[in-house]
Write a protein that binds this ligand. Structure first.
Ligand code: ADP
Ligand code: MG
Length: 578
């Protein structure tokens, strides 16, 4: 069976029905008696936690289907990538169907059936899990029906023994799906993972398939722009590569090699949209998303300026040193970093977490961090300029540290000198203009002095101080809440995640919050290196799944990368490092 174990059965569906009828009209707390596992003809319903009143967080339920029961074709669960594709499909269909069919049965959330929606991205999550034998576990919530604060027994029977089984049978069983659709979801996810695995041996950091649809519906909507409005991606001949995939066979697209890649072009020609496609390419996407075959190395990190963020003990001296009044930058801390110091810190933090590909957009960068032209070098002598601009570092990053970079640059030709390749976007179509860029660079020298030639930025690692993380709030041992897409409440801290652009969902932020609490427990004893903390979390999840972080068997967690976990930790204002 998928996920964690099942407690001893308390009876069957009729027994639950009798129990619900017997508490009809009693105070809402009487519902507490139904907690536990119940056998239905074809599955088990495990009532994990019963809500305290009709307005409280709803009752948490698991449904467990033994191998064979859902009658999924073998292709739906052969291999991890296929299982994840299938699970994401089942979760999406369950969530949509539950929302569309559940009806109010009284006060508050009475009668509501709800599952965390997986969105466009495919990743391990706890709403639906398919195991290696074809067993299925689904986790969702139900609002136990109330009339005021009284139990509505008959409505509860209808909810638990009619509505829930109907949603389960029409969404988790193969019979509720088109077989081809099941195959499509499983194989598309397997192909995407295979495509990402193929990058490194080919010396690529990213791949964008011919025909991909990159633009999204809006800045707040991850769904694709409709087919008739989106210009499909087309690979320039010189950057065209072909890759064989296990299901789809050979696909062609633009391969982005390692090193320094510039995306140039006029305003509104699709530069940022391409970069955002690469940012999202660390995740797989559902069929129909448009980015199914857009993949990026899974250690790619989007870097941006974020003035006002807090920074704790980060060695940014490779980019910035000699601040006014001799302020030390080898362990730079600030509750209110500037644009340039925040961007430098984010780079160093990404390298510390193990990233080897940085994605940078001039739209969200600090200008003085990115460039410093000849005239400014003349006017403000080096002695009074603490910043070594990124243009003087990006080559070193690759040549000394093996860190590649893809940059959107529309405004500064100074970068032409340090690029391995230059892609120009024209009317949303990429062209390889590397040769032209070399010619321009040779013909029009910048006249700049490289700001410095000494040590390349060496990634530093920090040690988290003992007890620096505290998940407690008042009488709660763990307070982890995700009020919106971009905020994590952790203990007494509020962590602003607006600038952590590769976060995929609230479910992911919730899981990161639980991971912080997990690390907080470890830190009660002694300090821990930051990379080690990331490793401990990753290996606990590999061994036990996301339940390793939160043993309440919740259905609203999603897997996350070490980079987003580190980024969250690094934005904790109370963080102390040694
Ligand atoms: P730039 O960064 O070059 O200024 P953007 O990437 O922000 O441009 O794109 C400008 C607009 O064009 C956005 O509204 C975006 O959604 C849209 N867009 C980008 N690529 C495409 C495409 N391939 N097809 C249709 N619209 C696109
Ligand atoms: Mg832009």
């Amino acid at each position: 069976m998928a996920g964690s174990g099942v407690p001893a059965l308390r009876g069957d569906a009729e027994d639950l029905q009798a129990l619900l009828q017997s508490i009809d009209g009693r105070g809402y707390k009487a519902y507490k008696a139904i907690a536990g596992a119940w056998r239905y003809p074809d599955f088990i319903i495990h009532i994990v936690h019963v809500q305290g009143d009709p307005y409280a967080a709803p009752t948490r339920v698991r449904v467990l289907l033994e191998p064979g029961v859902a009658v999924l074709p073998v292709g739906a669960f052969r291999g991890l990538a296929r299982r994840l594709g299938t699970a994401a499909l089942l979760a999406r269909v369950f969530a949509d169907h539950a929302r569309a069919t559940s009806t109010s049965k009284g006060t508050g959330k009475s009668g509501e059936i709800a599952m965390e929606h997986p969105g466009q991205k495919v990743m391990p999550q706890t709403a639906v899990m398919v195991d290696a034998d074809g067993g299925v576990e689904a986790r969702f919530t139900v609002g136990l029906p109330a009339d005021g604060r009284r139990v509505k027994g008959r409505a509860a029977v209808e909810l638990m023994n009619v509505d829930v089984p109907a949603v389960v049978r029409s969404t988790l069983f193969a019979a509720g799906h088109d077989v081809q659709d099941l195959e499509r979801h499983a194989s598309a996810n397997e192909d995407a993972s295979a495509l990402r695995d193929a990058l490194e041996p080919l010396g690529l950091v990213a791949f964008v398939a011919e025909g991909a649809r990159l633009p999204r519906r809006s800045g707040i909507d991850d769904e694709p722009l409709p087919e008739n409005e989106a210009v499909p991606f087309r690979a320039p001949d010189s950057l065209r590569v072909e890759i064989d995939l296990p299901n789809r066979g050979r696909v062609a697209g633009m391969g982005v090699g390692s090193g320094v890649t510039l995306i140039v072009g006029g305003g509104f020609h699709g530069k940022s949209t391409l970069l955002r496609g690469l940012e999202a390419g660390v995740y797989n996407h559902r069929p129909g998303d448009g980015r199914e075959l857009v993949v990026t190395r899974n250690d790619a990190v989007k870097i941006r300026a974020e003035d006002g963020r807090s920074v704790s003990g980060v060695d940014i001296s490779g980019f910035i040193d000699g601040l006014p009044f001799g302020r030390d930058t080898s362990a730079f801390s600030s509750p209110n970093a500037s644009g340039s110091t925040s961007q430098a810190a984010s780079i160093v933090e990404a390298l510390e977490a193990g990233s080897r590909l940085l994605l940078v957009d001039e739209d969200t960068s600090a200008t003085n961090f990115m460039i410093r032209d000849r005239r400014m070098q003349q006017l403000v002598p080096k002695a009074f300029e603490p910043i070594t601009p990124f243009v003087d570092r990006v080559r070193d990053l690759h040549d000394h540290s093996g860190v590649s970079c893809v940059l959107v640059i529309g405004g500064s030709g100074d970068y032409l000198d340090v690029a391995d390749r230059v892609v120009r976007m024209v009317d949303y179509a990429p062209e390889d203009v590397t040769d032209a860029a070399r010619e321009v660079a040779a013909r029009l020298p910048t006249g700049r002095e490289p700001a410095r030639s000494e040590p390349p930025v060496a990634p530093t690692t920090r040690v988290l101080a003992r007890s620096t993380l505290d998940a407690r709030l008042r009488n709660r041992a763990r307070y982890v809440k995700v009020p919106d897409e971009r905020t994590l409440l952790f203990g007494r801290d509020t962590i602003d995640l607006v600038a952590v652009e590769q976060l995929a969902s609230r479910a992911q932020i919730r899981a990161i919050g639980q991971a912080l609490a997990f690390v907080a427990d470890l830190l009660r004893e002694e300090g821990l290196g930051l990379p080690e903390a990331l490793d401990v979390v990753a290996s606990a999840i590999t061994k036990q799944g996301l339940d390793a972080l939160d043993d309440r068997l919740v259905g609203d967690l999603a897997a996350f990368r070490r980079f987003e976990f580190a980024a969250t930790l690094n934005r904790l204002r109370s963080l102390r490092v040694e």
